[in-house]
Write a protein that binds this ligand. Structure first.
Ligand code: MF3
Ligand code: CO
Ligand code: CO
Length: 278
């Protein structure tokens, strides 16, 4: 398979859904820095509110107001019929959990995933939060998921292929007896929310498209304590583990630089992974 690239230079780009991978210039990096910063600031803002008794609907309200107050838009609001500003995926929910009126309880683990649009650029990021007192197995899963994502991200530089990134994430997870969800992947983003390429969190070294400076995409592995299989509930969104085992996910939006990688969604408050010292 050959990969085609599209140099969009310093200028904004027309969406292309034809499988070509966009290569952005300095304006794109500037736009993604702002979008990524706001997305990460949402998660920082939410951290103190993730407590037993809080509802995820309340976290959604806080987020919508915060994002609009910053002159930006939640990308998921009215996206393909989705009506919320966040996804909140609790315990065995793998991803795309819908915020609702059920209060969080002590010992829950929850992934909060937010995407914002700032001046047309998308910042997409998620983190795990622990409600109240952590359970040991959940802590290990969360730590492994974060480190798997970061191992993949730190290997990003021009010339490396996406298959290598996926293989590094998969090896990190499986060496620690966690499984990698196959049904969802990372994605190119920029002026589009979901663009080429697909970023699989498993794979073979040396396979897949080669990374080039100016590519923007997410790395967002989902790891399960049990089997990797998932199913989507009747609401059409909520993905859960078939065996009801705990699932965790982290997500960063990144750009490939001349000699490595820039993470656009670093936490301004340094709240990268739990336990968060607030
Ligand atoms: N933020 C998710 C991602 O990482 C997408 C959520 S789409 C929604 O790609 F509609 F479920 F919100
Ligand atoms: Co994403
Ligand atoms: Co996301």
């Amino acid at each position: 398979m050959t990969t085609e690239y599209e140099d969009v230079g310093e200028y904004s780009t027309e969406p292309s859904r034809d499988g070509r991978i966009k290569l952005h210039g300095p304006d794109g990096f500037e736009g993604m820095r702002k979008a990524g910063h706001l997305a990460a600031s949402v998660l920082d803002m939410l951290a103190e509110h993730v407590q037993p008794g809080t509802t995820t609907a309340y976290l959604d309200d806080l987020t919508r107001e915060f994002v609009f107050a910053h002159g930006a838009t939640p990308a998921t609001l009215y996206y393909r019929g989705y009506r919320h500003s966040l996804c909140t995926s609790i315990n065995h929910v793998v991803c795309h959990g819908i915020p609702g009126p059920k209060p969080l309880k002590n010992g829950d683990i929850v992934n909060i995933d937010v995407t914002v649009v700032v001046d047309g650029w998308h910042g997409d990021t998620s983190r795990m939060f622990i409600v109240g007192e952590p359970r040991r197995k959940a802590e290990l899963l969360i730590d492994t998921t974060y480190e798997a994502m970061m191992a993949g991200i730190h290997a990003i530089k021009p010339g490396v292929t996406l298959g290598t990134i996926g293989a590094i994430i998969q090896e990190y997870a499986e060496e620690r007896r966690c499984s990698i969800v196959r049904d969802f992947c990372g994605h190119g983003l920029g002026r589009l929310f979901h663009d080429s390429p697909n970023v699989l969190h498993f794979g073979e070294r040396g396979e897949g498209p080669e990374l080039k400076p100016g590519m923007f995409f997410t790395v967002e592995p989902m790891l399960n304590l049990g089997r990797p299989d998932v199913k989507v509930l009747a609401d059409g969104w909520t993905a859960v583990t078939r065996d009801k085992s705990l699932s965790a996910q982290f997500e960063h939006s990144v750009g490939v630089t001349e000699d490595g990688v820039e993470i656009f969604t670093q936490s301004p408050k340094g709240l990268h992974k739990p336990p968060y010292a607030l």
